[in-house]
Ligand binder design. Structure first.
Ligand SMILES: O=P(O)(O)OC[C@H]1O[C@H](OP(=O)(O)OP(=O)(O)O)[C@H](O)[C@@H]1O
Ligand code: HPA
Length: 183
């Protein structure tokens, strides 16, 4: 797929690489202040959160540790089903840890709602959420997100970790996927 073919699949760039960089720097300063003197464990949700995790972690000045979970909503395509299965669990014991879940997007909120419930039973000292994107008009459950990048319209987006059928994750910006690609 060359870059012209990719551009034809996108209707609009919603958040640019520079806007993402600036926002993550801003969030990192807040996180540093809030967790001063504490050991922070970043929990990334594979695969979409890879880019946010990599850039946020490198923006944070103090030492942090990182761990990963892979969960899967059953069902393919652009709709979230809310039924979640653990594909890869954390390697870390969460007892007494300050945990910050790092996500690329909150769409229906069902994935994070399930994940919060799951992690809450593991004895962490605190659990908060950092998400780059949120679609307020798509919410099926309200998620209390402490560190939020951008609210976006209820349209299917790709890039910066977000995929459609595993494609477009490596785009540097976040863009709206043209309906002709998935209809
Ligand atoms: O708020 P929700 O409606 O639950 O949607 C958000 C979830 O959907 C995406 O993951 P996806 O299941 O597409 O897997 P991926 O990260 O591997 O692309 C995204 O990374 C979130 O984890
Ligand atoms: O808009 C989206 N794009 C890609 N993956 C997603 N998972 C939930 N919502 C989205």
């Amino acid at each position: 797929m060359d870059s012209r073919e990719i551009e034809a699949d996108l209707t609009e760039v919603l958040v640019t690489e520079q806007q993402i960089r600036d926002k993550l720097a801003e969030l990192a300063r807040r996180i540093e202040a809030d967790y001063e003197g504490r050991d922070l464990l970043l929990v990334g949700v594979l695969k979409g959160a890879v880019m946010v995790m990599a850039d946020l972690a490198r923006e944070l000045r103090p030492h942090v540790t990182m761990d990963w979970m892979a969960v899967s909503s059953y069902g393919m395509g652009t709709a979230s089903s809310g039924v979640v299965k653990i594909l890869k669990d954390l390697d870390s014991d969460l007892s007494g840890r300050d945990v910050l879940i790092v996500e690329d997007i909150i769409d229906s909120g069902l994935t994070l709602s399930w994940l919060l419930g799951n992690l809450a039973s593991r004895g962490a000292a605190s659990i908060e959420i950092c998400a780059l994107l949120r679609k307020p008009d798509a919410a099926k459950v309200e998620i209390d997100v402490k560190y939020l990048g951008f609210d976006i319209p209820n349209q299917f987006v790709v890039g910066y970790g977000l995929d459609y059928a595993e494609r477009y994750r490596n785009l540097r910006d976040v863009a709206i996927l043209a309906p002709h690609v998935y209809s």
